[in-house]
Write a protein that binds this ligand. Structure first.
Ligand SMILES: Cc1ncc(COP(=O)(O)O)c(C=O)c1O
Ligand SMILES: N[C@@H](CCOP(=O)(O)O)C(=O)O
Length: 468
């Protein structure tokens, strides 16, 4: 399998290079040249299989020839062995035909663990084979950072630097980044918002001198391997509810558009999906874009679902590429307009193609709190604010006939204050995470400026100083 950049000006690469590069050298995102497809019999055969076995079937066609089947299978089994639930991503019924897909049974209680636990192992594997070291950077609005640090802490071939908006993540999220004691972990609190962090990360990738000096690599969902690992749970949950013999729908709490793009990929691979519903909080740029055809940045409002407080939604570029016939120049034009004027218009054809597959809705703060409270009262089920946004938006699109799967993206205990304010119940952290709440914190506070971040990384990255 080869991968091309959405902007059409970077080299076509194989999986290992795409994994290490993160962002393409033309600023674009990598996509597979073709979508492997599964027929109905193959999809039906996933029913009752262990999660790791489905993961192997879904992921193998994307990495074949670069990682051996044996090594891939071992990495996948190892990645999911530590999850708190035997099913890895269990479904819980919360309504007549609606289900929460619990994606938060990994080590940091967020859906990011599902991909990150595998990504850490894959990167280590590829770096070891090549005899290389890498400097990993990531931007986080709260969850990616903790999950990435957990996946890479103590790994000899990588140093990890996570940029997060100072004061805008929950205390649990912050402590997951600031309490690990391993020397290769660096939590950088930036005086800005998530979009500032993400644009500094992309800026560092576009500064080739720096990029090459520190052997830069990325773990945000700009990295194709993140999306790849997330495709698996669409198949697992869809098949559990009757696919391929009937269609299923998904509602996805959305920010950077990575998780829902994995759903789109599952559809391209043959999973019969009726609707993919984008659920946003008041930072609703994606809902507005799908409604009006205009992608237009406004300020970011801090909410009780901080991981979705995003305006520049990286993976939307992947969808733009798909619906524009993979025309790199069309994607470049839109992305340049976004940089220059903070907005762009999606042409009628591509917009219609998007609307064939995607629906969208938004949820404000009062609705988020009301949903947490009412679902607890009606079903005895405790939602986190991000998942509550999904449940609220799903209601408007639930036909009652097609199973509606709402992606449960975080454990409520990551956001105890917001959950308690909404319903009076304060969710407790699993015992193994509780010591973190009184452990010493270690972070560097930096201005939201690319120069300052680059200087800090150059001083601390072993890839610069070890000569490997
Ligand atoms: C808890 C939670 N829900 C939803 C999202 C949005 O996911 P995506 O950025 O893939 O759209 C995030 C962040 O990515 C998150 O951490
Ligand atoms: N919501 C994310 C933002 C970064 O998203 P990613 O999926 O691109 O890594 C977070 O929690 O950090």
């Amino acid at each position: 399998m080869k991968y091309f950049s959405t902007r059409g000006e970077a080299p076509v690469l194989g999986f290992s290079e795409v994994l290490l590069q993160g962002l393409a050298r033309d600023g674009g995102l990598y996509l597979p040249e073709t979508w492997p497809t599964f027929d109905a019999d193959k999809i039906a055969s996933f029913a009752g299989m262990p999660y790791a076995d489905v993961a192997y079937e879904v992921i193998q066609p994307f990495v074949a020839g670069e990682i051996s089947d044996q090594e891939l299978g071992d990495m996948i089994r190892d990645a999911y062995a530590g999850f708190r639930h035997e099913a890895v991503t269990p479904l819980v019924q919360i309504g007549a035909n609606s289900f929460v897909l619990e994606l938060f049974h990994g080590p940091t209680l967020a859906f990011k663990d599902v991909a990150m636990q595998l990504l850490g192992r894959m990167m280590d594997h590829v770096l070891t084979k090549k005899g290389l070291r890498a400097t990993i950077v990531g931007a986080t609005s709260g969850d990616t950072g903790g999950a990435a640090i957990e996946a890479f802490r103590g790994r000899d071939r990588t140093d990890i630097f996570i940029l997060f908006p100072d004061g805008r993540v929950s205390p649990v999220q912050r402590r997951q980044m600031t309490t690990p004691t391993e020397a290769n972990v660096h939590a950088l609190a930036l005086t800005g918002n998530f979009d500032d962090c993400q644009s500094i990360v992309k800026g560092m990738f576009n500064n080739f001198g720096f990029r090459d000096r520190v052997a830069l690599s990325g773990v945000n969902s700009i990295n194709w391997a993140r999306i790849l690992a997330q495709i698996v749970y669409y198949f697992v949950s869809g098949v559990a509810l009757g696919a391929p013999h009937r269609k299923v729908s998904f509602t996805v709490p959305t920010g950077n558009f990575g998780d829902i793009f994995a759903g789109y990929a599952a559809m391209q691979m043959g999973l019969p999906v009726e609707k993919l519903v984008v659920a946003t909080n008041v930072n609703d740029i994606l809902a507005r874009a799908l409604e009006t055809g205009r992608y237009e940045m406004r300020g970011v409002t801090a909410t009780s679902a901080p991981s979705m407080d995003i305006q520049i939604s990286s993976n939307f570029e992947r969808l733009l590429s798909e619906v524009s016939g993979r025309d790199g120049s069309a994607v470049r034009r839109m992305m340049n307009q976004l940089t220059q004027s903070g907005s762009f218009t999606i042409e009628d054809g591509p917009l219609a193609a998007m609307r064939e597959k995607f629906l969208a809705g938004r949820c404000n703060e009062a609705e988020t709190a009301e949903t947490i409270d009412s679902v607890l009262k009606q079903s005895g089920y405790l939602l986190d604010p991000h998942t509550a946004i999904g449940v609220h938006v799903a209601k408007a699109h639930d036909s009652g006939e097609t199973p509606m799967i709402i992606l449960g993206t975080a454990h409520p205990a990551k956001f105890p204050d917001a959950v308690e304010a909404a319903c009076g119940v304060r969710p407790a952290l699993p015992p193994e995470l509780q010591p973190m709440m009184s452990a010493e914190e270690r972070q560097e506070i930096l201005p939201a400026e690319q120069d300052a971040v680059e200087r800090h990384i150059e001083e601390h990255a072993r890839a610069v100083h070890s000569g490997v």
